[in-house]
Write a protein that binds this ligand. Structure first.
Ligand code: NAP
Length: 315
């Protein structure tokens, strides 16, 4: 696919909730945005099943259905959607320059909504049960409610692992936190909350070696104690990974200010970046919330910031 024009007032990279919402707002503002789908059209929600916490859907909605409907909503107002990957940007010049599958376009503003990928253990068995929705997930808020009255496990020792484990105690009969060391990275308050919770049990110095199951659903884990090398099995109905995220910011490296974990730095009060006319929205700049609704909200904010920036150029 090729872009229809050489120059756009707004180019949006990423079609998760942030990019799609930015497209709805900028297209309704008659800015005729180009929305670039990137290598994971629809973003992380394409990997989830029922989304029960997105406002407006009393009975929930499937992640892919939500993304398809939002994309159609953006197209309805004139968004040009391009299935292409942005392999290079030059943000040092005006207009901004982008290369999309080899095609160069220029833009007055750019909204980076390229998202973040959950980090996985990269075990073959983990990927199998993840692909088929059989009980491996990187989002307890999305999938935790499906595992009621069964034991579940969370891997990780950071704030996300503590938070996810705490959340899962609402549903699961027992939550195991499996951590590769014997000290936690999580903040003191989050640690204490987890350590005090009678439904949470810690398994220290331990790695998951294999996800066990019947091919359809998770039934347990094969674990290895990293100090004693001793192996054991643990019966659980689900495995939640909370071992960090990897923001998709490689293409901006050296041009946008990134934090030490690779997230685009935006101030609390706006979605602007260190480069005038470049805005960031969604998981690519969100180190804390990482929810579909917060991503969508930041996409709206980035769109309004971009519109204001374009108006300032015309003034
Ligand atoms: P994180 O702080 O980077 O923690 C990741 C955890 O996963 C670490 O304990 C790490 O172990 C472990 N880990 C990494 N790779 C692993 C692997 N291959 N196998 C096994 N374990 C692995 O990530 P996070 O918990 O997602 O937090 C990210 C940021 O968001 C932090 O700044 C955090 O404070 C913030 N956050 C805040 C809140 C809140 O305040 N409500 C909630 C969630 C997140 P090691 O410790 O051994 O490295």
């Amino acid at each position: 696919m090729q872009p229809k024009k050489n120059h756009y007032k707004v180019v949006i990279l990423g079609t998760g909730p942030a990019g799609l919402t930015a497209a709805i707002y900028t297209s309704r503002a008659m800015l005729e945005p180009l929305l670039v789908e990137g290598p994971s059209p629809g973003g992380l929600l394409m990997l989830t099943t029922d989304v029960e916490n997105y406002p407006g859907f009393r009975d929930g909605i499937m992640g892919p259905d939500l993304m398809m409907a939002t994309k159609e909503q953006a197209e309805r107002f004139g968004t040009e959607v391009l299935l292409a990957t942005c392999e290079k940007v030059d943000l040092s010049q005006r207009p901004l320059r982008l290369w999309l599958d080899g095609h160069e376009v220029t833009a007055d503003t750019l909204i980076a909504a390229t998202g973040a990928e959950a980090r996985w253990l990269d075990l073959e068995s983990e990927q199998h049960y993840r692909r088929i929705g059989g009980g491996v997930s990187a989002c307890a808020v999305c999938d935790g409610a499906f595992f009621r009255d069964v034991p579940v496990a969370v891997v990780g020792g950071g704030d996300s692992a503590m938070e996810e484990a705490h959340f899962l105690t609402k549903f699961a009969s027992q939550v195991y936190i499996i951590h590769r060391r014997d000290t936690l990275r999580a903040s003191r308050i989050m640690q204490e909350r987890a350590l005090k919770n009678p439904k949470i049990k810690f398994i220290w110095d331990t790695a998951v070696e294999e996800v066990l199951g019947d091919g359809k659903v998770v039934q347990g884990l094969r674990l290895k104690n990293l100090k004693t090398q001793e192996e054991s099995t643990l019966e659980v109905g689900a495995l939640f990974l909370a071992i960090g995220h990897i923001p998709n910011t490689q293409v901006f490296a050296g041009q946008l200010d990134l934090d030490p974990d690779g997230y685009i730095v935006t101030p609390k009060s706006s979605m602007s970046t260190n480069v005038p006319g470049v805005f960031a929205a969604g998981d690519v700049q969100d180190t804390d919330y990482k929810q579909a609704i917060t991503a969508a909200a930041s996409g709206c904010m980035a769109a309004m910031d971009a519109e204001e920036y374009l108006e300032s150029l015309e003034a």
